[in-house]
Design a protein around this ligand. Structure first.
Ligand code: PLP
Length: 258
């Protein structure tokens, strides 16, 4: 640390097993050379085998955390992950409307099947938070919920439907499809670009989405243009997945390795 690292803020849930959420974001930002601040929205009870329970942090405590950090630190980019209620989505949208860069990971359901965003918060996420986002990073099921289109819809069409919800850009993640590739499509008002990668054959994918969105936010904080930030984030995630494949943390679906 030199003391001059740009600050990236993550607003997300805690995973005590260290693989997803705030913990994945912190490790990612640190590995990529930024200073990470963290606002905790929920404390989950989970391990590598799944999420057992979620304890929401009270709204006024989330507000307090956000206000003091934004007031005190020179936050260059923000990543938003798990939000557990419509009121929390509203609060976060209000307080983050003017940050220099905002990456929204529209976390909805954990891979183990636990709902992290309640259904009644989906409309608030779409209508209040997405219009402030520099980038939104849905996987195919999340894109389907946000647009009302089937997850199998042509990615270009899905991307354009997401862009109509007014984020600055969309990164549509292909990792939840099947096949030998895990290609992501970046769509903005100038066009679209594929970011291609081979699918890495590993069960240890816990925290993949958190890591990617945190890496994009970190690279934006470091000053990258958006497409460069996405390319660097995808490369970082590929290394983290490959390295994570070779180890066993816990009894279940282990984390990517930072
Ligand atoms: N726990 C928290 C706090 C999260 O934010 C997320 C996803 O964003 C998950 C769990 C789920 O992670 P995964 O689907 O990789 O298991």
């Amino acid at each position: 640390m030199t003391g001059r690292e740009p600050v990236v803020l993550t607003v997300a849930g805690s995973d005590p097993s260290g693989g997803a959420g705030i913990q994945a974001d912190l490790k990612t930002a640190t590995a990529l050379g930024a200073y990470a601040a963290t606002v905790v929205t929920a404390v989950t009870v989970q391990d590598t085998t799944g999420v057992r329970a979620v304890h929401e942090v009270p709204l006024d405590v989330v507000r307090g955390q956000l206000e003091v950090v934004l007031e005190d630190l020179d936050v260059r980019a923000v990543k938003v992950g798990m939000l557990g209620s419509p009121a929390l989505v509203e609060l976060v949208a209000e307080l983050l409307a003017d940050v220099p860069a905002l990456v929204v990971d529209p976390v909805m359901v954990s891979t183990s099947g636990h709902r992290l965003l309640p259904r009644d918060a989906e409309a608030a996420l779409r209508d209040l938070l997405l219009p402030s986002a520099t980038l939104v990073t849905p996987n195919l099921p999340e894109a389907s919920v946000l647009t009302g289109l089937a997850a199998q819809t042509d990615p270009g069409e899905l991307g354009r439907a997401l862009l109509a919800l007014e984020p600055g850009a969309v990164l549509l993640k292909g990792g939840h499809g099947d096949g030998p590739a895990s290609d992501d499509l970046l769509v903005d008002r100038r066009g679209s670009t594929w970011f291609r990668a081979p699918r890495i054959d590993t069960p240890h994918t816990h925290g993949t989405g958190c890591t990617l969105s945190a890496a994009v936010a970190t690279r934006l904080a470091l000053g990258d243009p958006l497409a460069d930030a996405v390319g660097a984030a995808k490369a970082y995630l590929g290394e983290a997945l490959a390295s994570g494949a070779a180890r066993q943390v816990g009894r279940g679906r282990g984390p990517v390795d930072h």
